[in-house]
Write a protein that binds this ligand. Structure first.
Ligand code: GDP
Length: 318
């Protein structure tokens, strides 16, 4: 018996993703959509240099997750990791506030080596993905550096200083995104051909906004003739992980799924929120879909991805 193909089977899909939440949805989508039809555009606003190495935390989380080698407990780094190098770095009085495991270090060494040879980050990421047997395209949002800065009450901090060193405790006044950062040709081509754009359940301010800020990503998404759908990072008035809820409060927004939808505004055609929030979701500015959005395991990722794709395809073909 042949199974009926979903309406989106011949659609080109672009997923915008940060780290943990983004990687989980991207993994679900990658298990359903043909690799040649899927592009995952990843935030590089968190990238920085540490111990002389170029670190791209969100690219690595997406890459490790799709390769099936991510550490499920931490949400970052590799599974079955060892820490011999880091232990010795600490012993030698080196900086150990940003933890880099032995296997993870290999990624940063090879990436840094190839970048120093003059390769662009897009090409380096393609090389690493090939080695990890990842078929869909994972693209950095830009080949230029685009550091996200966090303006707190007392200082302007680099992202990793605020996020890791200070454990996102200093209250956020504003997120500063750089001007004049341009998308790579590969990102522009993927958006040009996109039928569906999915904003993953990532932090809107420090994962999705930095991607939208890259010229001309926002402008191109506004022009997509088919559907743009966002998935909530807020469940039951809280972030599953990380500072999204705390930031919403500090930026003067209600900590609700509706506020996330309103924040994306007319960029999106549809919004997927959690059934736990059904009672709070009022006056959604776009079409809504309520479902269980908490991805605790791989079957959850696939189920949510399927529902999001079906919903977006319905909106696109209406
Ligand atoms: P980061 O760069 O590692 O912080 O990762 P992201 O920005 O991609 O993801 C962090 C956001 O994803 C947080 O706001 C979480 O609330 C959200 N998130 C993480 N896991 C899930 C999940 O399973 N479901 C939903 N709906 N949101 C999630």
């Amino acid at each position: 018996m042949t199974q009926e193909k979903p309406i989106w089977h011949n659609f080109n899909v672009v997923v915008l993703a940060g780290g943990v939440g983004g990687a989980k949805l991207a993994d679900g989508v990658a298990r359903l959509v043909a690799p040649e039809r899927l592009t995952i555009v990843v935030n590089t606003g968190d990238d920085f240099e540490h111990l002389g190495l170029k670190i791209c935390p969100d690219l690595d989380t997406v890459m490790y997750t799709l390769a099936g080698v991510a550490n499920p407990e931490t949400g970052w780094g590799r599974a079955q990791e060892s820490w011999r190098v880091m232990t010795e770095v600490a012993h030698l009085g080196g900086p150990d506030w940003f933890r880099l495991g032995d296997l993870d270090l290999a990624t940063h060494l090879v990436r840094t080596h190839l970048l120093r040879q003059g390769e662009r980050l897009t090409a380096v990421t393609r090389h690493l993905c090939q080695k990890f047997n990842i078929s869909p395209a994972i693209l950095p949002m830009s080949d230029q550096s685009a550091p996200t800065m966090i303006e707190t009450d007392d200082a302007v901090l680099s992202f990793q200083d605020w996020f890791v060193a200070q454990r996102w405790q200093p209250s956020v006044r504003r997120v500063r995104l750089p001007e004049d950062v341009r998308a790579s040709g590969a990102v522009a081509r993927a958006l040009e051909l996109a039928d569906l754009v999915l904003l993953a359940p990532s932090n809107p301010f420090v994962s999705i906004d930095p991607i939208l800020n890259v010229y001309p990503v926002r402008e191109m998404i506004m022009d997509i003739p088919r559907a743009v759908v966002a998935v909530t990072p807020i469940i039951g008035g809280q972030a599953v992980k990380g500072p999204a809820a705390k930031m919403m409060q500090e930026l003067g927004m209600p900590v609700t799924a509706t506020a996330v939808a309103a924040y994306y505004g007319d960029l999106i055609d549809g919004f997927v929120y959690d059934t736990r929030d059904e009672h709070t979701v009022t006056e959604l500015p776009v079409a809504g879909l309520a479902t269980d959005t908490w991805m605790k395991d791989v079957p959850d990722r696939i189920r949510l991805a399927q529902e999001v794709l079906d919903f977006a395809a319905r909106l696109a073909t209406e």
